[in-house]
Design a protein around this ligand. Structure first.
Ligand code: ADE
Length: 221
C-alpha cells in the first residue's frame, strides 16, 4: 500500500514515521508513506495557500489551487482520496479494515478555519475522527494511517487484531494481566493461572460482555 499525506506541517509526522510498528512496516516495505507540503504547489508569488472567507467571518480558508494541483500530481485510477474534517463521517474500525484493502490512499489535512468547499469535490470520502475540533488534520491523519497500517497483513501478528476491541463482534477487550501474579495485594484472577483454556475463554468472553454493557451499551444493539 502507498499512503500520500498532504499537509502544511510535514515535520509533525517525523516521530510517527520513525518509531515502533509504523517504522518497521515501512522498513519491511509493507507500506510506503510520503508526506507532501502542498505549499510547494502554490502558484501564488508568495506561496500563499489561504485567504479570508468570502462573505466575511473569522480566520483563513485554504484555497483550492495548491491542493487540487498536489492531488492531481499523485492521483491514479486506483487512488482513494480522503479529506479530514470535523464535519466528516465518524471514523470506525470497520472503515479502517476497508481502507487497509486499498492500494493507494491520498489523505488531505485541513488547517486554519477550514477549506474552500470546492476541495470536497476531490474527495471520495470526508472523515472525522471524533466529535471535537483539533487544530488541523495532521493528528487525524496519523490516527487513520496508524489504524490502517497495523491491519496490513504482516505488520502485526494477525491474532492481535482478531482479538481487538471493535472487531466484528463489537465487544470491548477483556482485562489482561502479566507478572507478577500479586502486585501490592492486587491479585490476578485465579482462573487465569489455572491453565484451563476452555474456562479462561469463557471468563474472557463474559468480562468482555460485562465491560461492553457498562461502558458502551450502544455497541450491543
Ligand atoms: N480536523 C480538525 N478536527 C478534526 C477531527 N475531529 N477529525 C478530522 N479532522 C479534523
Amino acid at each position: 500500500m502507498k499512503i500520500d499525506i498532504l499537509t502544511l506541517f510535514p515535520n509533525m509526522f517525523d516521530g510517527f514515521l520513525t518509531e515502533s510498528i509504523i517504522k518497521r512496516a515501512i522498513n519491511n516495505k509493507l507500506v510506503t508513506v510520503a508526506i507532501h507540503n502542498f505549499r510547494d504547489f502554490s502558484d501564488d508569488p508568495h506561496s500563499s495557500v489561504d485567504d479570508s472567507p468570502y462573505g466575511g467571518g473569522a480566520g483563513m480558508v485554504l484555497m483550492p489551487q495548491p491542493i487540487f494541483d498536489c492531488v492531481e500530481s499523485l492521483k491514479t485510477e486506483k487512488s482513494k482520496v480522503i479529506l479530514l474534517t470535523p464535519s466528516g463521517v465518524p471514523y470506525k474500525q470497520k472503515k479502517a479494515y476497508e481502507l487497509s484493502q486499498e492500494e493507494h490512499l491520498i489523505i488531505i489535512c485541513g488547517h486554519y478555519e477550514g477549506f474552500d468547499e470546492r476541495i470536497t469535490s476531490l474527495a471520495d470520502m470526508e472523515i472525522s475522527i471524533g466529535d471535537y475540533v483539533l487544530t488541523g488534520g495532521e493528528v487525524p491523519a496519523m490516527v487513520l494511517a496508524d489504524s490502517i497500517i497495523r491491519l496490513i497483513p504482516g505488520v502485526i501478528n494477525e491474532r492481535s487484531h482478531i482479538e481487538d476491541s471493535f472487531n466484528e463482534n463489537y465487544l470491548l477487550d477483556y482485562p489482561t494481566y502479566t507478572r507478577p501474579s500479586d502486585f501490592r495485594g492486587m491479585k490476578v484472577p485465579e482462573i487465569l493461572l489455572s491453565g484451563n483454556h476452555a474456562e479462561i475463554s469463557k471468563w474472557r468472553y463474559n468480562k468482555s460482555v460485562k465491560r461492553t454493557q457498562e461502558r458502551r451499551p450502544d455497541l450491543l444493539k
